[in-house]
Ligand binder design. Structure first.
Ligand code: HEM
Length: 438
């Protein structure tokens, strides 16, 4: 059967696509289609429907992000993707996680020291907490996966990568509705310059490593020793560059966005902040957080899970049908575009009793394994499940434990920002914090 086609004016999409989709679901149900200007977009919002899509080989990713990322793990499909996934997988094995703790703690300590600096007796304001958090997560990903210290150039790397992230937004929004916002177009104009800057830096990392006689055991070494499945040749510099660019972008921006929202909730909810701080203090007793501490801090884990429910870092995902198929009885023609939204799935009224309320009890002990796998899918499901999921959960909790152990988050300096979705779930205005030393 054909999906109901809704007449939506493209301009309705420009400001808050997540709210528009949410409103249409409330009005028309979990499955509908709309004309995007590129053809029909098919929206599915029931977890069973999304599960069927994620399990099927007939729906693949779109080429929206290939610009800077090239053909790395996040953008590829098919045999080459499978080979890439197999090459990278060992680094993300749970036995490797312990090796990343010191790196995460070092980067968190820098963040905390920076926030504590120049603070008067009444505390201070961190104008935009997202930027120092991004420095922290970017430093972690480059040290953990590529043994590369970028702290001396972190501002330049961040500046460049933010232009690239913002540059992708118009392409992404234009798939949703074909009408990018004027601001997005301006932002994207700096993209080639910043892409070139990062390219040069990444190629230097590769070239230095190729001449290293005692290379560290990390993802870069695995990639250098890996070979192309078809030709049997070693990976080219371009192929390795694509993997580094992919891990850099996928591995720092997503986590930084979620930690920014975590800060926003802690600043708005003093009772919750105090509960978490008490748990962390009782477990850590003043020590630096380690892997074994995390299992003893269930409230912290539930808090981070709930942050990713209310604020999924990737609010929308697009898939393309490779052949004619049906989902839940609805016909999808070959080449049809499918929109899946963790943002709206995480608010499905049949699966979340009070979806708009931030409540860590949604993930309290016993409940955290009960959710339908697609009613909660910040890392998606199926073969493209985020390879960095365990890493991200560990890193997020360690950074939060570090911050709460040392910093008193006194409140928001200004109004709570609204969400603004592009490729990642940004805040519409900076998340500014009032903080004090503990
Ligand atoms: C809170 C943090 C994170 C969230 C919410 C997140 C979310 C996601 C999602 C939803 C996807 C699927 C995208 C798609 O198929 O269209 C994905 C894939 C991916 N993520 Fe993450 N991610 C996070 C952290 C990380 C980290 C820390 C890394 C690496 C260090 C990473 C690396 C990747 C890669 C390489 C893929 C592609 C996997 C594949 O297709 O085989 N992510 N992530």
């Amino acid at each position: 059967m054909a999906l109901k086609e809704l007449p939506i004016h493209p301009l309705e999409f420009t400001e808050h696509p997540e709210q528009l989709i949410q409103r249409l679901i409330a009005q028309y149900g979990d499955a509908f289609a709309y004309e995007s200007g590129h053809g029909l977009v098919y929206v599915f919002n029931h977890p069973d429907q999304v599960d069927a899509i994620n399990r099927s080989a007939n729906f693949v990713r779109t080429a929206v992000m290939t610009g800077f990322l090239g053909y790395g793990l996040l953008t590829n499909e098919g045999d080459y993707w499978q080979k890439q996934r197999r090459t990278a997988q060992p680094v993300f094995h749970k036995h490797c996680m312990g090796g990343f703790v010191d790196i995460i703690n070092d980067a968190s300590a820098k963040l905390v020291t920076e926030w504590q600096a120049n603070e008067g007796t009444t505390g201070r304001v961190v104008e935009d907490c997202s930027m120092p958090i991004r420095f922290c997560t970017m430093e972690v990903v480059m040290r953990a996966l590529f043994s590369t210290d970028i702290s001396a150039v972190i501002k330049d790397w961040d500046h460049a990568s933010q232009f690239l992230v913002n540059g992708v937004n118009p392409a992404f929004c234009s798939v949703l509705n074909k009408v990018p916002k004027p601001n997005d177009i301006n932002l994207s104009t700096g993209t080639p310059k910043y892409a070139k800057y990062l390219d040069k830096q990444i190629y230097e990392i590769i070239s230095k490593r190729r001449s290293d006689r005692t290379p560290p055991r990390d993802l870069l070494t695995l990639l250098i020793h890996s070979e192309d499945k078809v030709t049997g040749e070693p990976l080219s510099d371009l192929q390795i560059r694509d993997e580094i660019a992919t891990m850099l972008m996928a591995g720092h921006e997503t986590l930084a966005v979620s930690l920014g929202w975590a800060m926003c909730e802690l600043a708005s909810q003093p009772v919750l902040r105090d509960e978490l701080t008490a748990e962390i203090d009782a477990v850590l007793q003043g020590a630096s957080p380690q892997l074994e501490h995390l299992t003893k801090m269930p409230k912290l884990a539930a808090f981070f899970d709930e942050t990713l429910r209310v604020y999924p870092s990737i609010p929308f995902m697009l898939r393309r049908a490779v052949v004619n198929d049906t989902i839940d009885g609805y016909t999808i023609p070959a080449d049809g575009l499918i929109l899946i939204s963790p943002y709206t799935l995480h608010r499905h009224k049949d699966f979340w009793p009070q979806p708009e309320t931030f409540n860590i009890d949604n993930f309290s002990l016993g409940k955290n394994k009960q959710h339908h796998n697609c009613a909660y899918m910040p890392f998606t499901t199926g073969k493209h499940t985020c390879i960095g999921k365990e890493f991200a959960l560990m890193e997020g909790q360690l950074i939060l434990a570090h911050i709460l152990q040392k910093i008193d988050i006194l409140g928001l300096a200004g109004a709570k920002p609204a969400v603004k979705s592009g490729l990642t779930l940004q805040a519409e205005s900076p998340i500014s914090l009032k903080i004090g030393r503990r």
